[in-house]
Ligand binder design. Structure first.
Ligand SMILES: [Zn+2]
Ligand SMILES: [Zn+2]
Length: 290
């Protein structure tokens, strides 16, 4: 199995538009791996994307990915969906349509849990949902997937695990399995984390978002222990507890926000600090092979 971290940033990317902080300035000057675009993953074996942030167009070009057959969505939030227009570029050809020639590219299959699909279908204008538009022009085919149930694509089994948020399910953790190898991708909106779900145990690689580094963040801000953000994000000590509970062999933290005020070099230092827990930090273009 081979996976590519297309984007390791959060809902605030690095460099952030109109930001003159030192982390953003350095990223503008040095580019990758200092810059971070919106959170997305590519599963090479099955030509599958997980989520489409706005930068997905440039991420695919950057990695020279020439075939995308499947898109899995974790949840509806704009930082994971607003690049959905990429499906037009992957699957449609306006000239062929106007010349009345048959499409020569397959539709992209778009998968989400029922509740997430409902959220995605609710992204709309007065004529209907964006997804309906893309179905009508022949760019996509939507498929609702079942929680905790394997979907087999080629040599990979994909399992969506729902994350409860308030009264309804709204986010998803994806498990990718090949033989006895297991990778978990859980980038955003993860609490309460479904840590008792056995499908999430004993992974080879756990790719996890939503962790706030300890101490002072951008501009020296410190998030108090009783702040509501602490209920939405993990502290590093909570991450370590989770890794132990889930028995993950290796953990990669992603969805790294600009507002954490950390540069690529700062994360390398943190990596050394947390080496005994086998925690590392994602960067754009990171490859995971197992
Ligand atoms: Zn900045
Ligand atoms: Zn997010």
């Amino acid at each position: 199995m081979e996976l590519i971290i297309l984007g390791s940033g959060g809902c605030t990317m690095i460099p952030r538009a109109a930001c003159s902080c030192k982390v953003c300035k350095e990223a503008r000057r040095k580019g990758l791996p200092y810059s971070r675009s919106g959170a997305a993953l590519f599963v090479k074996d099955i030509n599958a994307l997980v989520d489409t942030p706005e930068e997905v167009f440039s991420q695919l070009n950057r990695e020279n990915i020439l075939k995308v057959r499947h898109i899995f969505y974790t949840h509806w939030h704009p930082d994971h969906t607003l690049g959905m227009r990429v499906v037009e570029q992957i699957s449609t050809d306006w000239l062929r349509k106007y010349l009345k020639l048959k499409p020569d590219k397959p539709k992209v299959k778009v998968y989400a849990l029922k509740e997430v699909m409902n959220d995605l279908q609710a992204i709309k204008n007065k004529f209907g949902s964006y997804f309906l538009h893309y179905e009508t022009i022949g760019a996509i085919e939507t498929k609702t997937i079942t929680e905790n149930k394997e979907l087999t694509l080629g040599n990979i089994n994909v399992i969506p695990v729902p994350v409860l948020e308030g009264p309804g399910r709204s986010s998803t953790v994806f498990v990718f399995k090949e033989g006895n190898k297991k990778v978990i991708y859980a980038p955003c909106d993860l609490r309460p984390f479904p840590e008792t779900n056995l499908l999430l145990k004993n992974s080879d690689v756990l790719i996890l978002g939503g962790a706030i580094p300890d101490g002072a963040l951008k501009k020296g801000y410190v998030v108090p222990e009783n702040n509501v953000l602490r209920k939405e994000q993990f502290s590093f000590s909570e991450i370590i507890k989770l890794i132990k509970k889930l028995k993950a062999k290796r953990t990669i933290l992603t969805h790294l926000e600009e507002e954490w005020g950390k540069s690529y070099t700062d994360y390398l230092k943190l990596e050394k600090k947390y080496a005994r827990y086998n925690i590392s930090f994602a960067f754009d273009g990171m490859r995971i092979k197992l």
